[in-house]
Design a binder for this molecule. Structure first.
Ligand SMILES: Nc1ncnc2c1ncn2[C@@H]1O[C@H](COP(=O)(O)OP(=O)(O)OP(=O)(O)O)[C@@H](O)[C@H]1O
Ligand SMILES: [Mg+2]
Length: 270
């Protein structure tokens, strides 16, 4: 792959704010570490969780950090993110993720998953289903989910379900028809926007990972990135990349406030 001009100009080893980032390199300030710890602790206690937050705040990256932390011999993590499927196709997707051959009927698919979860229980492997974008689950799928949590007359917790989605997921679960599922969710985590200091720390961390330990963003530029991104990581990535690109175009080795402001003005015009 040919490196972008700004990557060559600054001498980075990789694009610092690209989404390709190893699980072990994820940035975990105390606020995020606390959620990762809580989710790992919940898996250990065989509990179900809800994780909500606005777009781009780092929900899916938190799941990747959890995957990195949990031992693959003790936990079997299954990640599903196509939540827009009808009930039968949704369970077929879980079957595929589990490496089971999906049966033709809805009952067959459900039976295959239940038996698999029970077999894992016998092997002392705890399954954790991570359902990302869960605010998009169709009503019929959401209605049915709590049944997946019933094992041995609802006396044993063989499966931990983690529902992840936008804040409106909370409103959906609060509906009366979803109360059976809601009552089985033991812990709730809300991912909030970054603080100003978090943003500065995030920019430094990702630049360092790209091979540059210098302060490439001036204080004023950090503040502009933070304020305009509203503390959301995906927007920070976009603005930081734009700032580096603009500085490289002008052969400036620092992204200062004026560079960032030009970028923001251009965004408003386009
Ligand atoms: N802990 C982290 N460490 C490093 N980068 C992160 C981290 N969290 C988020 N990011 C950056 O922010 C981007 C968006 O994060 P992520 O995809 O996790 O957000 P999200 O909350 O799942 O968004 P959506 O609701 O749109 O799915 C990532 O691609 C990554 O570049
Ligand atoms: Mg996501």
């Amino acid at each position: 792959m040919i490196a972008a001009n700004y990557v060559t100009f600054f001498g980075f080893q990789l694009a610092p704010f690209a989404k390709e980032l190893g699980d072990s390199d994820l940035w975990l300030p105390p606020s995020k570490q606390e959620i990762v710890d809580g989710l790992c602790d919940a898996a250990e206690s065989r509990e179900c969780c809800l994780v909500t937050g606005d777009p781009g705040l780092g929900k899916t990256c938190i799941l990747r950090a959890v995957r990195h932390r949990l031992s693959p011999t003790a936990y079997r993590l299954t990640y599903c993110h196509n939540a827009t499927l009808g009930k039968r196709d949704f369970y077929r997707q879980i079957c595929q993720a589990l490496g089971l051959s999906p049966s033709a009927t809805a009952a067959g698919v459900f039976y295959a998953i239940s038996s698999h979860v029970q077999d894992l229980g016998k092997e002392r492997v705890h399954p954790v289903f991570l359902l990302d974008e869960a605010h998009l689950l169709l009503p019929e799928t959401l209605d049915h989910l709590h049944i997946l949590l019933n094992y041995e007359w609802d006396a044993r917790a063989l499966l931990s379900l983690v529902l992840i989605g936008l804040p409106e997921l909370v409103d959906r679960l609060a509906l009366r028809r979803n109360r059976s599922l809601l009552s089985r969710i033991h812990r709730r985590f809300v991912i909030g926007p970054l603080t100003h200091d978090d943003t500065a720390d995030y920019l430094r961390t990702r630049l360092r990972l790209a091979g540059d330990g210098r302060e490439l963003f001036s204080d004023e530029a950090v503040t502009l990135v933070h304020d305009h991104a509203g503390g959301a990581l995906r927007d920070i990535d976009r603005l930081a990349t734009g700032g580096l690109r603009e500085a490289a175009r002008r052969k400036q080795k620092i992204v200062d406030g004026a560079t960032l402001q030009r970028l923001l003005d251009a965004e408003v015009r386009s």
